[in-house]
Design a protein around this ligand. Structure first.
Ligand code: PNS
Length: 163
């Protein structure tokens, strides 16, 4: 079985993530979509919610394993026999940090990182920007899977009602 992992925060999954995951799912027998938990970051969605959303919007691919991981990405890969980490590159500005992480991860365990260029349609898109625009009432419905957009709008309304 040829395995790879698409790791990320996925808070929440966007059409940019979905594009990369869908393309990579054609190249490998099994693709792990790993939600890495950052204990220092309070997300818009809980890890369980992020996983549920990813499962809902990726059901068509059929060869994905969606799960969370606390700790180092290299340990996740080692425990599951995954030799390749996939990261989408949106622009040159992504490259510096991605290269650092790839070299650190390779030095730790020998795991390889493969970069996949994002579709130009989504080269400006991040979960952070989508959340910010949506929180001010901007329309991001074309940037998120429909179910994710619906949940994001609901969550923003819930947060505003609490204030
Ligand atoms: O979606 P993101 O936030 O760009 O994903 C970054 C992520 C989660 C892949 C990265 O922060 C990560 O690998 N975190 C796990 C902890 C770890 O292994 N850190 C060392 C990286 S060299």
């Amino acid at each position: 079985m040829r395995r790879a992992v698409c790791p990320g925060s996925f808070d929440p999954i966007t059409n940019g993530h979905l594009d990369i995951i869908g393309r990579v799912s054609k190249l490998y027998d099994v693709v792990h979509v790993a939600v890495l938990v950052n204990p220092n970051k309070q997300g818009m969605f809980s890890v369980e919610e992020r996983i549920a959303l990813i499962e809902e919007v990726t059901a068509q691919f059929g060869n994905l394993v969606v799960e969370s991981h606390h700790g180092l990405l290299v340990d996740y890969c080692r425990e599951r026999g995954i030799p390749a980490i996939i990261r989408g590159l949106r622009a040159v500005s992504d490259f510096d940090f991605e290269l650092q992480m790839a070299q650190m991860n390779n030095g730790l365990t020998g795991v390889e990182t493969l970069f996949v260029p994002t579709s130009p349609t989504y080269s400006f898109l991040s979960s952070t920007l989508a959340k910010e625009v949506a929180s001010y009432g901007g329309d991001v419905s074309h940037l998120l899977p429909e179910a994710v957009h619906r949940r994001l709008v609901e969550r923003i309304a819930e947060r505003k009602a609490e204030q």
